[in-house]
Write a protein that binds this ligand. Structure first.
Ligand code: HDE
Length: 702
């Protein structure tokens, strides 16, 4: 092996290199056939300046492998990010299901989760307005069970046969492949106005749910109706839910769009960092269970995937918790090659006749055959079950098993009829024997025809701030549509959800007020739908502390200590990356600076005092922009002592009531905090953390 300076691993150097070391360390470089190589930097040439020679098998192998490194990206949900974890059961579900992983309280089942966007291609930005995929693979002792869900509980269409139409409409337009990863274009809205069943889902997609703050702060929903089957064979309908312990929180539209440019990896980075820091994302697992004889008790069809089962009618029973505690070792091998499928179920779980689900049961395996190159994709490590696999499936591209013996069929006597089937009592899967009568017919049930009631329920349930965000989203999305007639149709369509919604959209996008739409008869609200009612905590949030030379060390230290104790991540942001000297002479090396970060990356900003430091920041346009942008995005902003003057320079501060001259007690208004000459900064820090836990201060209108 060649030795060079880079191979000089002192123990200190090894420590620094730890994140970069792999199983290849100290191993000889070889070809794929195991031949050790003397050189991989120069191809074989006829003379030092001569042509490369075809017999250079190493050159050809290396380039050929590289040429084929990419596999087709997923047709939808191409952009995604995965993590490992485990699911722990709180209480036995034996009454409802015989699924083994839902029997013993405290039992743990390994899981792999992949979060995704739907529309964009693999390299698109994380924070676009879109539905998020939330797919979970449980590696259970009965085999793999997948919940291939979304962060929105309903879907655009009621029948899978329309899925290619929906996706063609939403993807970049085919003549010019523009625009990327967005619904803000003509073909999507053309599909919407001609497909009224989309109304409910479009309301969710225009709401804050479609621009989550973090994968760690999203709900997950199985969407489709499944069945639980217990050991006695009794079936019940079930819907699956994931509820994040950090609550459900979202970005602002402007913030999400700017983040797409400043950090297209915002969500994956957030998840990766949280897991690396030991801030493991947690989601409680909930089920809504319905007796079979309750099937027709509601004014919506429980098989219709454009409808929720309102939690106030059918409560979500929390039965366990999932914790994501390990990042992948290799993105391609795990996140890219993982293959989810709603047809992956285990004994104790079964399907319903939801027509969207029925189509999905076909689609996933079909797409994986071409995406992963053949029928053996379940042998890829991330897709393998933890239990043994025995069957007579043979050959195919990329067969990894070496089957022995001549028998690959049943029945057989030569191999004693192995592998053998298992009875239901012994754990074999038996489909639920549902009775089905009817004509073969291309038609939809009358019970699937109400497209607006739940869209109105959703609108009614929103807080004033959430409503204004929905109108803002329609403004941007439909405002980006070129065809004026189409814009008018959108305003008209959403006037059926709520006349005031249609009117507000029309006013923003410059079309006529919708023809007088009748006010909906639905006046109910569902509090569970509003993010106003979610869990609020400062835990795992990210705070920027701005520093220049002359900053007040004591304040920085007090704030850092308080944030750390509250489980908040603090980063110092310097005017540049060079160490900054505090007013008492302490040196601090900033984590980031005004070139490598922006306020978009943080939930809150703290500016400590220090006359010289504040004078420097006042003259720095990036520092002023940092504060101003955080103001616009309704984030918590704290300033102590001299820093108060800096806040006044931010444009957005104009909307705040006059900041006080003197305040030795924390002064708070709309998430802006000030303190001057306080002997003890602790109360100020505590109030800052409390304000941070509220996520955003929507009352501070941008
Ligand atoms: Fe999917 N969907 N889908 N989908 N879906 C795919 O499968 C499909 C639907 C969802 O991280 C594809 O392996 C049809 C609803 C997630 O790998 C494909 C219909 C929900 C993911 C497919 C739907 C989902 C997919 C593309 C309408 C929420 C990403 C790549 C009937 C419950 C999984 C792939 C991952 C991916 C088909 C509708 C969730 C083409 C036909 C509703 C989270 O098979």
């Amino acid at each position: 092996m060649q030795s060079n300076q880079a191979n000089d691993y002192s123990s200190k150097k090894l420590e620094q290199l730890k994140p970069y070391l792999s199983e290849d360390k100290d191993q000889a470089l070889t070809t794929d056939t195991g031949v050790k190589l003397t050189n991989t930097d120069d191809s074989l040439r006829a003379g030092e300046r001569g042509p490369t020679i075809l017999e250079d098998f190493h050159f050809r192998e290396k380039i050929t492998h590289f040429d084929h490194e990419r596999i087709p990206e997923r047709v939808v949900h191409a952009r995604g990010f995965g993590a490992h974890g485990y699911f722990e059961l709180y209480e036995s579900m034996a009454e409802y299901t015989k699924a083994k992983f839902l029997q013993n309280p405290g039992s743990k089942t390994p899981v792999f989760v992949r979060f995704s966007t739907v529309v964009g291609s693999r390299g698109s930005a994380d924070t676009v307005r879109d539905v998020r995929g939330f797919a979970t693979k449980f590696y259970t002792e009965d085999g793999n069970f997948d919940i291939v869900g979304n962060n929105i509980p309903v879907f655009f269409i009621q029948d899978a046969v329309k899925f290619p139409d929906l996706i063609h409409a939403v993807k970049p337009e085919p003549h010019n492949e523009i625009p990327q990863a967005t619904t803000a274009h003509d073909t999507f809205w053309d599909f919407v106005v001609n497909t009224p069943e989309t109304a409910h889902m479009v309301m969710w997609a225009m709401s804050d749910r479609a621009i989550p703050r973090s994968f760690r702060m999203m709900e997950g929903f199985g969407v489709n109706t499944f069945r639980f089957i217990n050991a006695q064979g009794k079936a019940r309908f079930v819907k699956f839910h994931w509820k994040p312990l950090l609550g459900v929180h979202s970005l602002m539209r402007d913030e999400a769009q700017k983040l797409s440019g400043k950090d297209p990896d915002f969500h994956r980075r957030d998840l990766w960092d949280a897991i690396e820091q030991g801030n493991y994302p947690e989601y409680e697992f909930g089920v809504q269970i319905l007796e079979e004889d309750q099937e027709f008790d509601f004014d919506f069809d429980i098989l219709d995937p454009t409808k929720i089962w309102p939690e106030e009618l059918i409560p979500v029973k929390i039965i366990g918790k999932m914790t994501l505690n390990k990042n992948v070792d290799n993105f391609f091998a795990e996140t890219e090659q993982v293959a989810f499928c709603p047809a992956n179920i285990v004994p104790g779980i079964d399907f319903s006749n939801d027509p969207l689900l029925q189509g999905r049961l076909f689609s996933y395996e079909d797409t994986q055959l071409s995406r992963l190159g053949g029928p053996n994709f379940r042998q890829i490590p991330i897709n393998r079950p933890i239990v043994p696999v025995h069957n007579n499936q043979r050959d195919g591209f990329h067969q990894m098993r070496i089957h022995t013996g001549p028998v690959s069929y049943t029945p057989n006597a030569l191999n004693q009829n192995s592998p053998v089937t298992t009875t239901e009592e012994e754990g074999g899967f038996a489909h639920y024997t549902e009775r089905v009568d009817g004509y073969k017919i291309r038609s939809r049930s009358q019970s699937f025809r109400d497209h607006y009631s739940q869209a109105t329920l959703f609108w009614n349930s929103m807080s004033p701030a959430e409503k204004s965000h929905i109108v803002d989203a329609f403004h941007f999305e439909v405002g980006s549509v070129k065809n004026k007639e189409l814009k008018q149709k959108v305003a008209d369509m959403f006037a059926h959800v709520a006349p005031e919604l249609g009117e507000q959209i029309a006013a923003k996008i410059g079309v006529n007020p919708p023809a007088q739409a009748e006010a909906s008869k639905v006046t109910a609200t569902s509090p569970a739908l509003s993010q106003d009612n979610t869990i609020k905590t400062a835990r795992t949030r990210k705070v920027a502390i701005l520093i220049a030379d002359g900053f007040c060390e004591k304040s920085v230290q007090a704030m850092m200590d308080a944030l750390k104790a509250a489980g908040v991540t603090a980063e110092t942001v310097g005017t540049c990356l060079a160490p900054k000297t505090g007013r008492e002479g302490t040196m601090l090396e900033p984590d980031k600076d005004l070139a490598t970060s922006v306020s978009l990356f943080y939930d809150a900003v703290y500016v400590p005092g220090g006359a010289e430091h504040i004078n420097t920041l006042k003259q720095n346009a990036d520092a002023l922009h940092f504060i101003d942008e955080a103001m616009h995005h309704c984030k918590t902003i704290g300033a102590s002592d001299e820093a108060g003057e800096l806040l006044l320079m931010a444009d957005a501060a104009a909307q705040l009531p006059a900041l006080p001259e003197q305040t030795d007690q924390p002064w708070v208004e709309q998430g802006v905090l000030l303190v001057k000459n306080a002997k003890d900064l602790q109360p100020f820090c505590m109030e800052f953390i409390h304000q941070l836990s509220m996520h955003r201060h929507w009352e501070r209108k941008p």
